[in-house]
Design a protein around this ligand. Structure first.
Ligand code: BES
Ligand code: ZN
Length: 628
């Protein structure tokens, strides 16, 4: 009997420990994971409000001025304010005791390749605010300075910031962590022929003095602080939306993005109020390294999506969606990026369904999932985990489609299991509960358990959730959307390949950009050059003005070593700086040693026009190719 009890207790111990090892955090909301990517002592003291006073100096490629931090002590004994910086020149630090400013000491530590240099400022107990006089350097990782020739108008220079993930510190000494939020005001001075703009409340009119004021009344994480300056004009589109851009893009952008107001209204209906007043778009020069960046009130957008037919506006749905997932509810550390991007990709697709219908939404899901499945094959296994480990690494180096599309698929899976109505209610509650807060993966899992898994029991197990979040690759039961439209395209492709359908009978007249992308992405690897030529003659693909189609087509031709498209390829790679569109082209060219001379020549011409981020990524590819 005793033996038996012992046996049972051993068995149950094994089960309990097995259960614990796969189980999710089960205590009530745990403390947030610490952010490895900041040096700041944000656990002891936080900045609550910033005031920036900056001058944009295009000649020196510098932002010059000061930042004032209003501080709040969490630990009353704290006697230092530690800030993040990277490649900043710090001239002087001051503290304010409520009546006057006085100089205080600071030290700037040696530069760490990932985190930059820690700025330690001595803090008397009477200090209420801290002011740092500094300038950014021309090589600031978070800024790009463009010559007039790199702009649409060719007459005025242009500059812009890209602070996500850890680049705000290259232009502001700051506690650069998404675990913490600040409000801010700013005064920005420029030459009067230039107009600065920040992702904040402002008067859209130009003024003669070149002095502009900004205010961000909602508390935001620092990676959302954003600035740009150039020949930037304004065109209102609707009640809450407008375009800021060089005059050359104003009209085409206002046409392309005219559905933005409808997108806001669709999202509000699903997930609650838009809490940022206006939603404007800043159209950047083509060297912008991303498709878009969700800077609050003013998303930064690449001009490469102005296709003329609204075919690529899911990008706008995406950046707008961040006004809920990301800007409102924020990842607490960069290993929780999927909480920003996965939710946003899911919400983006729901917006697309509301505004453009189910057929398009499903095509976009299917394309994204196909891309992800191709991508994960080449990723280190650890990087296919949603709750990825990135300690010691630059978040930029761990960037992939995983937090986006695997995250989206996880939410699609939950929607499927719990039903759309229940899942929508859950999401809406989540946005309300965590509005203006940061959350990490484990705390999300606790919330998920309380408000979905346990509320509707026996639909999804903790183990299944654990698989999605903490295990590599894709679960076997991952959603697999089927698009009838794509099935049709596949049939036509098969018939053409089997010579049962001549190229001029492929019913492409009715195809949207999505159907074209499916067609191109699914051509057989061993397709002959003659067949590619046949397609090009019929459909003028090399000359396509749709940048996604051109990208897919050029990539196929690189892989087939078809130098007939080289002139177009060179033009494409020199004129576009969006990483997602150019990096795969470089990678494919570098994979083929017979193309090394060509790709070196193209990069020599293109590199000076690229953003530091794109330069870094592509320099890395060249280094890797050389060491092979
Ligand atoms: N926030 C991202 C861009 C980003 C992510 C910058 C991580 C730095 C670090 C933005 O919202 C984004 O995801 N852009 C995508 C849009 C696409 C998925 C529709 C892009 O730029 O391609
Ligand atoms: Zn995003």
């Amino acid at each position: 009997m005793a033996q038996q009890t012992k046996f049972i207790s051993i068995i149950s111990l094994i089960f309990i420990s097995l259960y614990l090892s796969i189980s999710l955090p089960s205590v009530a909301a745990a403390k947030l994971d610490t952010d490895w990517h900041t040096y700041s002592n944000y656990q002891d003291i936080i900045t609550t409000n910033l005031h920036l006073d900056l001058r944009v100096d295009f000649d020196k490629k510098q932002l010059v001025g000061s930042v004032q931090h209003q501080i709040k002590r969490i630990n009353p004994k704290v006697d230092q304010l530690i800030l993040d910086t990277r490649d900043l020149d710090v001239h002087k630090t001051e503290v304010y005791d409520g009546t006057q400013w006085s100089t205080t000491q600071f030290t700037l530590s040696e530069r760490d390749p990932v985190r930059g240099s820690k700025l330690t400022i001595t803090l008397p107990s009477s200090a209420k605010s801290v002011k740092i006089f500094y300038n950014s350097r021309p090589e600031a990782s978070g800024l790009q300075w463009l010559k007039p020739i790199q702009t649409a108008g060719k007459k005025h220079p242009f500059m812009f910031s890209q602070s996500q993930a850890i680049h705000a510190r290259s232009w502001i000494p700051i506690q650069d962590t998404p675990a913490m939020r600040v409000t801010y005001t700013a005064t920005v001075k420029t030459d009067p022929s230039i107009r600065p703009i920040m992702a904040a409340k402002n008067d859209p009119k130009w003024n003669d003095e070149g002095v502009y004021s900004f205010e961000m009344p909602q508390a935001i994480p620092t990676y959302l602080i954003a600035i740009a300056a150039g020949n930037i004009h304004y065109k209102k589109m609707s009640k809450q939306t407008a375009i800021y851009s060089e005059p050359e893009y104003l009209e085409s952008a206002a046409y392309e993005f005219s559905d933005t107001q409808a997108m806001i209204e669709a999202t509000e209906k699903l997930y609650g109020p838009y809490r940022w007043t206006d939603y404007d778009l800043l159209i950047l020069p083509p060297s912008f390294p991303f498709g878009g960046m969700e800077n609050p009130r003013l998303s930064f957008i690449t001009p490469t999506v102005i296709a003329g037919d609204k075919s690529l506006v899911n990008l706008i749905a995406h950046e707008l969606a961040h006004s809920w997932s990301g800007n409102l509810v924020t990842n607490a550390t960069w290993r929780d990026l999927w909480i920003n991007e996965g939710f946003t990709s899911y919400v983006e697709n729901r917006i697309m369904e509301e505004v453009f219908g189910k057929k398009r939404a499903i095509m976009e899901q299917a394309l994204a999932i196909q891309d992800l499945k191709k991508e994960v094959v080449d990723l280190p296994e650890g990087d296919t985990i949603l709750h990825v480990s990135i300690e010691g690494r630059d978040p930029d180096d761990a960037f992939s489609g995983v937090p986006y599309t695997k995250g989206q698929m996880f939410l699609m899976f939950l929607e499927e299991k719990f039903g759309r109505q229940n899942f929508d209610k859950f999401l809406r509650g989540y946005f309300d509960k965590y509005a203006f807060k940061s959350i990490d993966t484990d705390n999300f899992l606790i919330y998920l358990d309380q408000h979905l898994l346990s509320k509707y029991p026996n639909k999804v197990s903790k183990e299944e959730v654990n698989n999605w979040i903490k295990q590599p690759m894709l679960p076997a039961n991952a959603p697999n959307p089927t698009s009838d439209a794509f099935n049709q395209v596949q049939k036509n492709m098969d018939a053409w390949l089997a010579n049962d359908l001549s190229v001029d009978r492929i019913p492409s007249k009715s195809w949207t950009v999505h159907e074209w992308l499916y067609f191109l992405n699914n051509l057989p690897k061993d397709i002959s050059l003659d067949r590619l030529k046949e397609l090009d003659q019929q459909f003028m693909l090399t000359q396509s003005t749709n940048n996604e189609i051109a990208h897919a087509w050029l990539l196929i031709n690189i892989k087939k070593n078809n130098s007939a498209v080289d002139a177009r390829l060179e033009d494409y790679m020199v004129s576009i700086g969006r990483r997602k569109l150019i990096v795969p082209l470089y990678r494919a060219l570098l994979d083929d040693s017979s193309r090394h001379n060509f790709v070196k020549k193209v990069y020599a011409k293109a590199r000076p026009g690229y953003h530091p981020l794109a330069q870094g990524t592509i320099d890395g590819l060249f280094k890797k190719a050389k060491s092979k």
